[in-house]
Design a protein around this ligand. Sequence first.
Ligand code: DON
Length: 314
Amino acid sequence: MTLEIGRISDAVQSAHRDNEHLAGGTNASYIPFLASVDPSLFGIAVVTVDGQVVEAGDTGFEFAIESISKVFTMGLAMEHVGADAFHAKVGADPTGLPFNSVMALELHNDLPMSPLVNAGAMSSTSLVPAVGAEDRWRKILAIQSAFAGREIVLSDEVNASEQSTNFHNRAIAWLLYGGGAMYSDPMEACDVYTRQCSTLITAKDLAVMGATLAAGGINPLTKERVVAAATVPHMLAEMTMEGLYTASGDWAYTVGLPGKSGVGGGLIAVAPGQLAIAAFSPPLDPAGNSVRGQAAVAQVANALGLGLYRTPGA
Ligand code: DON
């Protein structure tokens, strides 16, 4: 099914208009920088697998990628170690607990369970083949840039804010090391993971990144192959299981598309073979997902009839 661009545009404009004044949620406060971002910012972008772009609102504002970075590092690490070995080392099941839960580690012998929680993300970062922190960082930044189709850069301000407050993640990194699920120096993995969360992207970038997944690993704007086609289904499956943390099941029930959120306020949903829908709005719900972002992306997906679990007539 190919969606007509006018229909996509109507859905995006309506979702922006209908959710612009949606109240609720608060900016993430445990990272000082994120607390200071204007909570009224709101943008929605769609990019199709044939490279068409539709935007509404603040789609040019640069915000911190945060946990959405976990998806791209997952792909990078998986391609290095192989899908089966990655599965065995990091896992693919939801923890049922918050993204930075230490209890999840306690319950599972200090093993991460999922590459999309902080523990599994640091484990994935440690699996990227590298000779040191700078080499590891260069590779991760390169894959973010390839997915976005432009040079993505670190925000020194976000990074400084995170590096000076990331003690909880450092503790998780050491627990993983104790459990045998950390494959580099744990503090190097935590440092580089923190940097990968501190890059700046726009809602439009996010839609391009998602559309690259929707297109089976080829960036629809640059035409560059970023990851192998065989890698993408694993990434999308994991987004379904853990992309919105403890709300991942609710998201599958109501929207039915693989998604991923970040505490910077970004959210992406991928309709395989068709398009990606991205939104940015900083106020988050208690699970750490953008309130307006979820409402807007759900509205666009449902208006376009995109849920993966829809059968004919549903
Ligand atoms: O490690 C952290 O806590 C942040 N850098 C990222 C967490 C995050 O985005 C969770 N997503 N909703």
